[in-house]
Write a protein that binds this ligand. Structure first.
Ligand code: CO
Length: 249
């Protein structure tokens, strides 16, 4: 069952969403050559404590940290480490979740480390664009498949592939609610979108083939062919006046 939220609940989700995005932006500004992904973890943990929010990922199915930091061919769920020092030319996906006042916030962004190649700039741009195209399709009366198809079409049109193993999700008083939101699909298929639905849409786009494998830590997903991967995520409320992005500052 897809839980529709009241306007009051949407305001609470907006507070959680804005906070998570604010801290994510602050963490992004700290990304530069020489910084470790553990430095970023320490920063966000401290910042959430200051802001009075709880980390949503730490302890979730045993995940050990507040932040997921996935470098280059790492797709999602990279565990922050003192040994993972960012280098000029890398890309790093930062994914953060919070619980504020009983409601979840969840957002992700992929950022360049120093100067990156034009081909990586294009991967980041196309992945961010595929998220914006998905958001434009989050209209009452549309099908969820319209949203998924918009992501897949834009990524594949640009010579990239979408990851099948991880999906976006409904969000509210739980981190992961129904429906699942694949980054591939067919227009006109799937559930019809209704006002009050709040959806976390999160395209994961690979520069090479779509397959992923799991590292020994049982968390870090990497591209099977070693190609680069980008990830962006926003929380969006479906309203009678079109999409309302709750993680926009
Ligand atoms: Co998510």
């Amino acid at each position: 069952m897809i839980i529709c939220k009241s306007p009051e609940e949407i305001e609470r989700l907006r507070r959680a969403g804005r906070m998570v995005r604010e801290v994510l932006n602050e963490a992004s500004q700290r990304v530069r050559p020489g910084v470790t992904t553990w430095d970023l973890e320490v920063f966000v943990e401290r910042r959430l404590a200051q802001l009075g929010a709880r980390p949503a990922f730490k302890g979730y199915r045993g995940y050990p940290c507040c932040l997921c930091a996935s470098v280059n061919s790492e797709v999602v769920h990279g565990i922050p480490s003192e040994r993972r020092r960012l280098q000029e030319g890398d890309i790093v996906s930062l994914d953060l979740g919070v619980i504020l006042d009983g409601y979840y916030g969840d957002s992700a962004v992929t950022v360049p480390v120093g100067e990156i190649s034009e081909s990586l700039q294009r991967l980041l741009r196309v992945t961010a664009e595929s998220l914006e195209l998905a958001i434009a399709n989050l209209r009452a009366g549309n099908h969820l498949g319209d949203v998924s198809a918009a992501i897949q079409e834009h990524a594949e049109k640009n010579g990239y592939s979408v990851v099948r193993e991880f999906v976006g999700h409904g969000i509210g008083r739980e981190l992961h609610e129904e429906p699942q939101i694949p980054n591939y699909g067919k227009p006109g298929h799937g559930p019809v979108l209704k006002p009050g639905m709040v959806l976390a849409v999160e395209p994961m786009v690979n520069s090479g083939r779509p397959e992923v494998r799991l590292l020994e830590d049982n968390w870090t997903a990497v591209t099977a062919d070693g190609s680069y991967s980008a990830h962006f995520e926003h929380m969006v409320a479906v309203t009678n006046n079109g999409p309302d992005v709750l993680t926009r500052i």
